[in-house]
Structures are given as C-alpha cells and as structure tokens.
Design a protein around this ligand. Structure first.
Ligand SMILES: *Cc1c(COP(=O)(O)O)cnc(C)c1O
Length: 379
C-alpha cells in the first residue's frame, strides 16, 4: 500500500440507488391508503405506465413485478420454443428465462469492442429449431440492431432485447425500446431507474399489449373467463409510487454520472493496459456503468488481482459478468458453450471490471480511485 493513498473511510460500492425524498413518497402512499387499492392496475400503476411510455419514447409498455418475470412473459407472448440464440456475457436471468420456457439457450460469441452479441456470428448458429434471438444491450451499449433485424427478417425469427442496463438510452435519437419485437427493462434497485424490484416490456405491436397484460395476470380475461396459462407478473402500487418519485431524480442522476464518467475516462486514458468501454457512436448513453478492461500483459496485474487489491482500500468493484453463463453447471454441457465457439467471451471474461459510479460520488473520489488503480500497475 502506498503511503499517500489511504483507504476510503466508508466502503465505496459499485453503485448506490436513487433514494427519493421520504415525505414525497409518503404523500403518494397516503393516496394509496385512502383508496385501499394496493395492486391490479391501480392509480399509481396507471400513472407510471403513462410516464414511462413517454420517457422511453415507446408506443406500448407493460409494467411488471421484476425484469425476469417480464422476460419470461415476453417469450410466452411471442410463443417462442425450441432454440433461442443469446449471449453468454450477461446476468444469469437472460439464459434462465429461456430455460423456464423450455427453450434451449444457444450461446453466440460477442464483439470485443461492444461486448455485445456478434451479429456476424448469428447466422451460423441458426437451425430448424431456432425461433428467436435474445440479445442484451450489455452495460447500456446498444447492440447492432440493424444487422440483427436483417437476419431475423431473413429467417423469420423474433427478437427480444434484454435492455436491463439501458433505461433511457437512445440511438440516433430513437429510444432503445423501439427495436426488435419486445424490449425488457429491469427496475431492480441496482439499475438506474428503479422501483426496488420491478420491470417492464416495451413493444411496437399494439395487439401485444392485451396478450402481455393477460399473461401477467394469470390469463384472467373476465370474471368468468381464464383464457391462457398466465403468471403473476403484476407491479404493485407501492412499487409504482416509488418509481414515480425516483423518476423525478433521473435526469439529474444522469448528468452527475456523465460528469464522473468523463472524468474517469480523462484520467484513465493514459494508464497503459487499461481500456475504457466506449459509449458508442450516435448513442445518448444513460451512464449506468463505468467499465474497464485490464490487459494483464500490459498493466502488470490481472483483473482479479485489481479487484482484490481494491478491497483493501474499501473499494468494491464488480466482476460483471463473471463467470460466463456458458460456464454455469446447468449450461456448460451445451455444444454452443464450448470455448471454441466463444473465444472472445472467454478472453474478455478475465479482463472486465466495473468501477464505482453513482451520482453521489465526488470528482475527488474518482481521482482517488484512479490513483489507487494506477498504483497497482507495474509501469
Ligand atoms: C438485472 C438484470 C436482469 C433481471 O432483472 P430483475 O429485475 O432483477 O429480475 C436481467 N438481465 C440483465 C442483463 C440484468 O442485469
């Protein structure tokens, strides 16, 4: 440990949630209490649905109790079956929702630059059993939506985007929820916009709204009719009220993160062996994560060593998404999980590290984190 670099007094976590004013939240809850209406498309739910539809710039949206149930429901609503092609470099939920739908996940390698599914490698994985593609906008970086759509059109495949990291992101001024057949957003407390737990599906096709809303409420059509085997995916009033309050802070949070993000980049661009993930061309980023790659040969220390050493300074970075989903015990036997099929993913999985980023961090904190990181280098 270098003498002049003291550990932080308080732990610095990789993220902190937006915590809205409690009195304002209480005011909303009072109106819920008065109505004695806690779930099933209540007033707060209706209001949040409308506000998010506008905020995300999408034509249809349906709120859920969490992002995973939303994604499970999305697969059902499009009647996906057989095989769906996805990425191994994602959170566990992505391949698991396929498994919960009796669908076999087929892992496709990723691009080194964006860490997203490599659209050029999709075609070789398509079989007569393939019904869809489930790409992830990893760390909020948009996938190559044009190329993926072209392949899907050619083979008659559906596309469901996992946009858990991309709330508020725009490409060429278009909201990220406008691509593919359905886009899922997660409102988990670790995500930029949150409702403690929660999620949503966005889609263009208006007829899907009815089907999705039926599926998330047990398939109940009316008092006397249950027309499909639905699930309980409903967002409740306490979640929706929280979301309405959190939404008020979102633009400010983004601005603060943007400033910190740019400060990180400025500082780290001169450190040999540290690569910062780009935000992408023509992309209006939400600055959800600050992601670096550590090239051991150049930097002198591995990502794992950096991750461990940071802890001594009270800094808790995250090895998102280690291990690869294709290395989970439940998926490693799949032919598509072979290292040979996933060469880029298997390389970068040992290099990627998420550094702390949230609105309440100060520029001085970033300076210190970077100085500490730089002190680990052999250069
Ligand atoms: C957070 C996350 C999810 C799951 O969302 P929940 O709301 O926690 O169920 C899915 N995919 C990715 C990539 C995520 O990061």
């Amino acid at each position: 440990m270098r003498q002049d670099l003291e550990p932080f007094n308080e732990p610095i976590f990789v993220t902190r949630p937006i915590v809205p004013n409690l009195d304002n939240y209480r005011n909303r809850l009072e109106s819920v209490w008065e109505k004695k209406w806690f779930t099933n498309n209540g007033e707060q739910h209706q209001l949040l649905e409308k506000k998010l539809q506008q905020y995300l710039g999408v034509s249809n949206i349906s709120l859920f109790n969490n992002g995973t149930i939303a994604l499970i429901t999305a697969c059902r609503s499009l009647r996906l079956s057989g095989e769906v092609i996805t990425t191994p470099f994602t959170f566990a939920a992505t391949p698991h929702v396929l498994t919960w739908n009796n669908i076999r996940p087929i892992f496709c390698d990723i691009e080194e630059k964006s860490l997203n599914i490599d659209a050029d490698k999709l075609e070789s994985l398509i079989t007569s059993d393939t019904t869809g593609i489930m790409p992830v906008h990893v760390f909020g970086m948009p996938c190559d939506t044009g190329k993926i759509q072209k392949i899907a059109d050619e083979y008659g495949l559906k596309i469901i985007y996992d946009a858990a990291h991309a709330f508020g992101t725009k490409v060429d001024n278009t909201g990220i929820g406008n691509f593919g057949d359905i886009t899922m957003f997660s409102f988990h407390a670790t995500k930029q916009f949150h409702t403690a737990e929660g999620g949503a599906l966005a889609f263009r096709e208006p007829s899907l709204k009815k089907r999705v809303d039926l599926l998330k409420n047990f398939g109940i059509k009316s008092e006397d009719e249950v027309i499909m085997p639905g699930i309980n995916g409903k967002m409740n009033e306490l979640q929706a009220a929280l979301g309405l309050e959190v939404l008020e802070y979102l633009d400010d949070e983004r601005e603060k993160r943007k400033r910190l993000f740019e400060h990180y980049r400025e500082y780290l661009k001169n450190i040999y062996g540290v690569i910062c993930l780009e935000t992408g061309r023509n992309v209006y980023s939400n600055y959800q994560y600050f992601v670096i790659r550590i090239e051991k040969e150049k930097f002198g220390k591995s990502r794992d060593e950096v991750h461990e050493k940071f802890k001594r300074y009270n800094i808790f970075s995250r090895k998102y998404f280690y291990p690869l989903c294709s290395d989970y015990a439940c998926y490693k036997q799949l032919p598509s999980s072979s290292q040979n099929n996933l060469q880029v993913a298997n390389k970068i999985i040992h290099e990627v590290l998420c550094l702390p980023l949230y609105g309440d961090l100060q520029l001085d904190d970033i300076n210190k984190i970077c100085a500490i990181l730089s002190s680990f280098s052999n250069n």
